[in-house]
Design a protein. Sequence first.
Length: 249
Amino acid sequence: MSYSYNGTNSVDSTDSVRVKVVFGDRIFVSQLPPTMSYAELSEFVANMLDLYESQPFTIKWLDEEKDPCTLTSDMETHEAFRLYHANKENELLLHVFASVPARPGMPCQGETSELYRKGAMRRKKNYVFMGHKFQPKRFKTQMVCALCNSTIWGLGAGGVKCTQCRMLVHKRCYRYANHQCGQLPPQPRPATGGSLRGQAGEQPGNSAAKPQSMLSELSSADSSLESGGVEEKPVSYAAEAPEVRLFAS
């Protein structure tokens, strides 16, 4: 069983491992199964980062004491996943370097202690799921989510856009994508209250009936005027000004 980057294996959200992969000035967020081996993790990372097949790279993770540890075997990979669940971490932070240290225990090329300090660098975040690579996007006009069929709105980057197939979804909805990147998405499910139509509570049949009724009322009013009918003027209930009388001296 392969958990490659373009694989179709479904990952249970309750047992999945939320990983954040840091590579240069970019961050990739994804969900991985806890039974993934080191070979499968390496294949996943290489495909996600678009590395060459012969490109050597090193994967390091931060342990409980925030010290970088190199992953080189299945035992080390499973131990990192075990501590993730045991400590109830929010995410498993992985750092990838496009080089191999000269000797075991030595830092990779370009690796410094500043890279592991939180907030030291501003990085572009990407969300990877089912082959999609979503990036935060600010929309100038109202757009509709391709998964929940509701409007993407709000301050900041409330939506994300796939850099490959151009699919637009909510940031909270990207994990529910059930089709591979490049394939046609299924029919969107009904709106759950986020769309403008859902908030108004209008039915599709009533929207077409309202213009017809308005046109019929206007046509009947015009025909009555042409046949000599008297148009009724609205009655004003404003108070009349009191009468002023002038008396001679």
